[in-house]
Design a protein around this ligand. Structure first.
Ligand code: RB5
Length: 144
């Protein structure tokens, strides 16, 4: 299980971000809260995505979790960065496979799509599913 997780949200999901940070802390994991606070009227999701991505790429955080309305915009921005493998997940099968086969280091979630229980279940899959390596690593090596 990873140590420190960077977590960020745009104005669509700060409440879910807070729930995720609470969940991580309850499991003894470090959480870096990279914004935005609840009550934020509007912000631009690419700015938050870059903060979380930079924390992962610098090694300050081992993995990242990004929340926006759908999870789609955050995923698009995160995946523009070499070394980031992000997946927008809405079901546990995808979240498990995205770890086991794609070795994702960033999970993106849609706060306007998912209930709290589903979202935290996806976080659990993201944290606890190991990468299988082997043929899957060979495929990741073909990315660049
Ligand atoms: C904000 O309204 C919304 O566009 C954003 O949270 C996200 O869903 C974009 O992908």
């Amino acid at each position: 299980m990873p140590g420190v997780i960077a977590v960020g949200s745009d104005h669509a999901g700060p409440e879910l971000k807070e729930e995720i940070i609470f969940y991580l802390a309850a499991r003894g994991l470090g959480a870096m809260d990279l914004g935005v606070p609840p009550g934020t009227k509007a912000c631009n999701y690419p700015d938050i995505a870059r903060k979380v991505v930079n924390a992962v790429l610098s090694g300050e955080a081992e993995r990242g979790i990004l929340v926006c309305g759908t999870g789609a915009g955050m995923c698009m921005v995160a995946n523009r960065h070499e070394g980031i493998r992000a997946a927008n997940c809405a079901n546990e099968f995808t979240a498990r496979m995205a770890r086991a086969h794609n070795d994702i280091n960033v999970l993106t979630l849609g706060a306007r799509v998912l209930g709290r229980g589903i979202a935290l279940g996806l976080v659990e899959c993201f944290l606890e599913t190991p990468f299988e390596g082997g043929r899957h690593q060979e495929r990741l090596d073909l990315f660049n």
